[in-house]
Design a protein around this ligand. Structure first.
Ligand SMILES: Cc1cc2nc3c(=O)[nH]c(=O)nc-3n(C[C@H](O)[C@H](O)[C@H](O)COP(=O)(O)OP(=O)(O)OC[C@H]3O[C@@H](n4cnc5c(N)ncnc54)[C@H](O)[C@@H]3O)c2cc1C
Length: 432
């Protein structure tokens, strides 16, 4: 690879890198994006749910022209205990009219996004892995790929979760197992009309997101999600890595792959996916570093965006990474434009990027304790059991006189001590 010097090199054509490249190329900077996959999105085969607030800053008429699946217009929360399911569904005019989020399949979505970045004037090279950074006198001056050096004023690291270059640039310490979630995902193909009928959707412009907790994670902290696409359903499990390691070391009979199968085979989920064909499967780490392990966002000649910077929010009700990767890509791109204007690429100049990220960082801190709630084993055993039993007693009629609501609740909650109930409630209020 032999190329001229660039204003900026972006490593990785995920949503974070593409956002930075788009902003810089639009402003006339000479931008090179290097992606190790055969095409953008090819390493991100499965999909997810994209909250649109940040992408709308790049494309105000989003999703016009973009390749998305369905807007999320129905939210369902569910609790699964053995064969029983408790659900409640939320739909609202704002979900239907404002369309805060869309389901996307990344292979298609990233390919569309990359074509917009190319139209804006950036050069994207695929099937090329960046192996190292060129570092001279404490300044990042470019990248090394296949033994060739390519120089630039700035490098934007957008490598995703397992970013080696962030460590190489001296911007992060090694992570510990509790800094990761494990995401296991399957895409299940079903005819469009079957998806719409089973999920209660009214055509293409209607979509559902289902979030479940319960005994299927076998007391490993985490939950399961279904997102409806046009003619597929994304099925996702996220579990906290250290909780999985702890649990699996005690119970040899469970493995993380089995959790996805257990989720899919619960009566509630198997009914929704019946007759479907699994067309994609992937398992990937998601970084959720503690505050102490969170990478620095910038250094001399370098900025880090998206998952490589550990920008994830898991607030129990939402898993957000793509929107934050896009927000950070925009902020890094805007910073690069300013740096180019003043002709200075040192850490002090690039610190503007962190300033632009203050609101995002505050939100990440706000939800950083969500796992202290999620790691409570009672959440996967005693609580679902008690809720299911209360509902069972309230809704069935037998030979014996029924108790009133309060005595039914008190009879079943006796299984959990009052001190644990109060402690769990306080942790929930503080952390989510
Ligand atoms: C199973 C799963 C489900 C998820 N669901 C959701 C969801 O529903 N909603 C949500 O908002 N977020 C979700 N996330 C998180 C979301 O995928 C990430 O936060 C987001 O993709 C981060 O974007 P990024 O651009 O930083 O990294 P990525 O999208 O991971 O992109 C990084 C890119 O860099 C490339 N790359 C890596 N190293 C190199 C190298 N050395 N040289 C060249 N190229 C390189 C990779 O091939 C990749 O294309 C999920 C994650 C997983 C694993």
């Amino acid at each position: 690879m032999s190329l001229e010097k660039f204003d900026a090199i972006v490593v990785g054509a995920g949503v974070g890198g593409l956002s930075a490249a788009y902003v810089m190329a639009k402003a006339g900077l000479n931008v090179l994006v290097i992606e190790r996959g055969v095409k953008p999105g090819s390493k991100n085969v499965v999909g997810g749910r994209l909250y649109t607030h940040s992408i709308k800053k790049l494309f105000p008429n989003f999703p016009d022209g973009a390749i998305v699946e369905r807007p999320v217009t129905k939210e369902l929360f569910g609790l699964i205990w053995k064969d029983a399911t408790v659900t409640f569904e939320f739909t609202d005019k704002s979900l239907v009219n404002e369309r805060h989020s869309y389901t996307v399949l990344r292979a298609k979505f990233d390919a569309w996004f990359a074509s917009e970045v190319e139209k804006a004037g950036a050069l994207i090279i695929t099937s090329q892995r960046v192996d190292d950074l060129v570092i001279e006198d404490g300044f990042v001056k470019g990248i090394i790929a296949s033994g060739d050096k390519v120089l630039s004023d700035m490098v934007i690291i957008a490598e995703g979760c397992s970013s080696i270059l962030t460590e190489r640039a001296g911007l992060r310490k090694p992570y510990a197992p509790n800094d990761f979630l494990l995401g296991i995902k399957q895409v299940v193909e079903l005819p469009k009309n079957v998806i719409e009928e089973r999920f209660g959707l009214d055509g293409d412009n209607d979509g559902a997101a289902h979030l479940y907790f319960g005994d299927f994670t076998q007391e490993i902290a985490g939950g399961g999600v279904l997102y409806t696409n046009k003619d597929t359903v994304s099925v996702l499990i996220t579990i906290k890595l250290n909780s999985a390691i702890d649990r699996i070391s005690v119970r040899q009979d469970i493995d993380s792959h089995e959790i996805l199968n257990k989720f899919i085979s619960t009566p509630q989920i198997s009914k929704l996916l019946k007759g479907g064909k699994a067309v994609e499967y992937s398992a990937k780490l998601i970084p959720e570093p503690s505050k102490e392990h969170r990478p620095n966002l910038y250094g001399n000649g370098v900025m880090v965006v998206g998952d490589a910077a550990g920008l994830i929010i898991n607030s129990v009700f939402n898993l957000r990474g793509m929107d934050l990767a896009i927000a950070s890509g925009i902020a890094a791109g805007e910073t690069a434009i300013k740096a180019k204007e003043v002709g200075k690429f040192d850490a002090e100049t690039l610190s503007l990027y962190k300033g632009k990220m203050q609101d995002v960082l505050k939100e990440i801190d706000m939800f950083s304790r969500a796992w202290s709630f999620m790691e409570n084993p009672r959440l996967y055993k005693e609580y679902p059991e008690v809720i299911v039993e209360i509902l069972r007693d309230l809704t069935t009629v037998g030979l014996y006189p029924k108790a009133k609501l309060l005595s039914t609740i008190l009879r079943h909650t006796k299984k959990i001590s009052t001190s644990n109930l109060i402690r769990d409630l306080l942790i929930a209020l503080r952390s989510i």
